[in-house]
Design a protein around this ligand. Structure first.
Ligand code: ATP
Length: 136
């Protein structure tokens, strides 16, 4: 029986609020998995894929940067943006990927704020495209 509660929240909406069996999320130190009974834990998240399993089905979300907190069998994910596969506009993500690649190519060698922003937006676009492709 599920006894882990997952909440995925953005500044705009609650994307997920349900009981699940397990969660895998893209932590800044690498991907990590959470099962019921996990010790309390706080980490930042990088753009990537968040997966969860609610018994009969498993779901994938594209998430952008944020934080995850695990406490008392509750996983709270607060991110700038999160979309389920069916909510992702693949053409928009491909255009965002192309723009980010162009920016990175123009600023090759620089390590400034714009370069970092382009790298993060590249990761967001890649995460969205992967989530759609894996869900087909
Ligand atoms: P873009 O340059 O296309 O806006 P982005 O990575 O800069 O992409 P975000 O700032 O991460 O976009 O997101 C802004 C809002 O748009 C969020 O609500 C996010 O869920 C939504 N969003 C962004 N890209 C997509 C997409 N490809 N499909 C569906 N929703 C998207």
């Amino acid at each position: 029986m599920a006894n882990l509660h997952l909440e995925v929240v953005t500044p705009e909406r609650v994307v997920v609020s349900e009981d699940v069996l397990g969660v895998v999320a893209p932590g800044s130190m690498g991907e990590f998995g959470i099962l019921p009974g996990h010790v309390p834990f706080l980490t930042s998240l990088v753009p990537g894929e968040l997966r969860y399993n609610s018994g009969s089905r498993s779901e994938r979300l594209a998430v952008s940067s944020g934080f995850a907190e695990v406490s008392n069998n509750r996983v709270s994910v607060l991110v700038d943006a999160a979309e389920k596969a069916q909510e992702i506009d693949i053409e928009r993500a491909k255009k965002a990927l192309e723009r980010a690649r162009e920016r990175l190519a123009m600023e090759r060698g620089k390590q400034d704020v714009d370069h970092l922003r382009a790298e993060i937006s590249l990761k967001r676009a890649i995460a969205r495209i992967k989530v759609v492709q894996k869900s087909i």
